[in-house]
Design a protein. Structure first.
Length: 394
């Protein structure tokens, strides 16, 4: 695992060279930093999401100059100005984010993700600028020359050594002042199967986590390669300040949950999945501020679905007046119309996919087309038609 200059430069897309030339005309030096460099060593490619730090030896950072740069970059793709003086440039499937080096001055009274004031310094040395980053493996850089050749690998914090050793170590002494980095540390450790350095372990154990909100937890879950494993991993952490909406009983059902969790990137499917495997979703719904009506309806749908996973339409054959006296008739009615209501409000919910996967004998209820001649329905479809007809009559 070493830096191969020629191999790296072969990975640089052709559209980036005119961008470098534009930056050079402004006297700016571009350095690729962060996850793209890390991923290059792990996978052999820097990927499509690039963080690029722009420096200048003598120029003072000014907002007017920065706005002009954003406009100049606009001829290469779609630009957008983001917080912390970031210029985002979308070129095809690539997303480039340009930013000046900065120092972060933390406010001791605040305990959240943005508890600092930023100072932008074009001439800030790379060895100083990277100390604001989270981990040393994300503090490596590749500095481009104007023509994209003779790139220079920068690694002042020994990130490449830590990458080889599969160790996470903090980049700067302010690491513990941002509570979200607690989640990031565990996300990277879980995703990459890395261990913590002894020094990082101490910092993590002492970090105040009162500033962690449900939004931060959800964001890190979505970024992880496996949200179920990630939150299970957090649940098992012995940090008393870390509040998550599940307890340790959930960790015994992880494999089972994965089988029925159709889309782990949606709050709603977690409610369905948890209730399906017999774990209460009440804390989950409350933690993420879901409406009581929606969460109850999703839970009810999951319980009914489990019941009908072992029930078949044929058991509802017979006269309507007799069928409606069955003990599970009301459950069938509720399940059918709850599905309709949920999909009406959330058409992209994967309810149909779940029914097709786990209750394929009931999918006809939602895709059935009434035959024109009901007197001559083939016997195998007669029971399905009758149940569908019952639901329509209701």
């Amino acid at each position: 695992m070493n830096f191969d200059q020629k191999n790296f430069e072969a990975c640089v897309p052709g559209f980036f060279l005119p961008i470098l030339a534009e930056l050079q005309r402004s006297g700016l030096v571009a350095t690729l930093v962060g996850g793209a460099v890390r991923d290059y060593f792990l996978t052999g490619t820097p990927g499509h999401d690039w963080d690029i730090e722009l420096t200048h030896g003598t120029l003072t950072f000014e907002k007017g100059l920065w706005k002009d740069l954003g406009k100049a970059l606009g001829r290469f793709g779609k630009t957008q100005f983001l917080p912390y003086e970031i210029i985002r440039l979308d070129v095809g499937s690539h997303q480039l984010e340009f930013s000046p080096p900065r120092r972060e001055h933390f406010r001791e009274s605040a305990r959240d993700h943005s508890n600092f004031d930023a100072e932008y310094v074009f001439s800030l040395p790379f060895s100083e600028a990277v100390k604001r980053r989270d981990f040393t493996i994300n503090a490596m850089g590749v500095r481009f020359s104007g023509d994209g050749k003779n790139s220079t690998f920068l690694d002042p914090l020994e990130g490449l050594r830590h990458l080889r050793e599969k160790v996470l170590h903090y980049a700067g002494s302010d690491f513990g002042k941002d509570p979200v980095r607690f989640l990031r540390a565990h996300r990277f450790a879980n995703k990459l199967k890395f261990s913590f350095s002894p020094e990082l372990r101490v910092v993590l154990e002492r970090m105040p986590l009162s500033g962690l909100t449900p939004a931060y937890l959800w964001s890190e879950m979505r970024k992880s390669a496996d949200p179920v494993n990630f939150i299970s991993y957090l649940v098992q952490e012995k940090n008393e300040e870390l509040r998550v909406p599940l307890d340790r009983t959930f960790t015994d059902r992880v494999t089972e949950l994965k089988k029925v969790l159709a889309d782990p990137r949606r709050f709603e499917t977690w409610v369905i999945g948890l209730e399906w495997i017999g774990v209460s979703s009440e804390n989950w719904s409350r933690y993420f501020s879901m409406s009581t009506e929606t969460s109850r309806r999703l839970a009810r749908w999951a319980h009914a679905s489990r019941a009908f996973a072992t029930e078949y339409p044929e058991s509802f054959q017979g006269d309507f007046d007799e069928v409606k006296l069955r003990s599970d008739f009301e459950l069938l009615f509720d399940w059918y119309f709850t599905t309709k209501q949920l999909l009406q409000k959330n058409p992209d919910l994967p309810l149909m996919a779940m029914i097709e996967e786990y209750l394929p004998h009931w999918i006809h209820l939602y895709r059935f087309e009434a035959p024109k001649d009901v007197k001559h329905i083939d016997p195998p479809f007669r029971a399905k038609y009758q149940v569908w007809s019952v639901c329509q009559r209701l």
